[in-house]
Ligand binder design. Sequence first.
Ligand code: ASP
Length: 342
Amino acid sequence: MQKSILIIYTGGTIGMITRPDKNSLMPFDFEEIRKHFPEIEKYGHRLSAVTIHPVVDSSNIKPGSWIKIAELIRDEYEQYDGFIILHGTDTMSFSSSALSFMLDDLGKPVIFTGSQLPVSTLRTDARENLIAAIEIASAEKEGSPLVPEVCIYFEFKLFRGNRTTKHNTEDFNAFLSPNYPPLAESGVRMRYHPEHILKKDNSSKLKIHTRLDNNIAILKIFPGISGNVLDATLGTVGLKAVIMETFGAGNAPTDPWFYEKIRAANEAGIVFLNITQCTQGSVEMGRYETSEHLIKAGVISGYDSTPEAAVTKLMFLLGQELPPAEIKLLLNKPIKGEITVS
Ligand code: ASP
């Protein structure tokens, strides 16, 4: 059956060209992609494309870009069966995490993809990524979309967007979903794993949340971290929340000054979220003595959250202007399948 897919082009390597004057890449327009892959039109689906201007290298993506994408999806929601977002890989995990929180009651696929090599290069990975993304965005079973989620498709795998992290700048498999299995895998056929895909009840309609608050900081703990570093972070004007990247299962130094600074800041209303520096596994506060003081200081477990999901979830929750106590409660629950609470 013919489906309607909207391809939203934001930039990234997939549509980059080499600057004639320099040896660097700069983002081009969607027409470049159409020119190189005329076969995508042969799918039999109605494919439309829009470009969000200015087209950017995704290192320049900002919360404002996420709002533009969310509003575009809301405005076009009834006209299309699925959405593909062509995006640079550098911040694709941030953007897909953000959109997963911003698009509430999503009932259609929103598939992010891109490539490690520009479309104009012979060995580009853009062809497989784009063609498979179109297949996934249009896949249905008994009239319902198979994947009504915000995802990333890259190098033969479909992941829940808010579970991903970019881990490789060299190889085609740029993304990992370290704590959640793939939603689909591409081989001779596309193998979906419905047991891992979020269920959507059709009673509610898409709503978008566009208030995001970026008054957050990431504090990466390292052996020898000084009080000055903590003071500088905690002294940030307007600061409302801190993501602490701790060791192993959520551990940090037990020095009294360290505990005291965090306790005082927590009492002053700053929310602390504990995520691990390890790529895989979960925070388990209280498992070691070196995290017990964090519980006492009011730090909340981020469980197995990626840094990307932690950043965007906090921006989303702070944007709702909820009191810190309520934000802490919501941080402890999966909102869009972003954490596993054990
Ligand atoms: N710097 C590029 C970007 O994220 C890298 C890529 O697209 O893969 O926009």
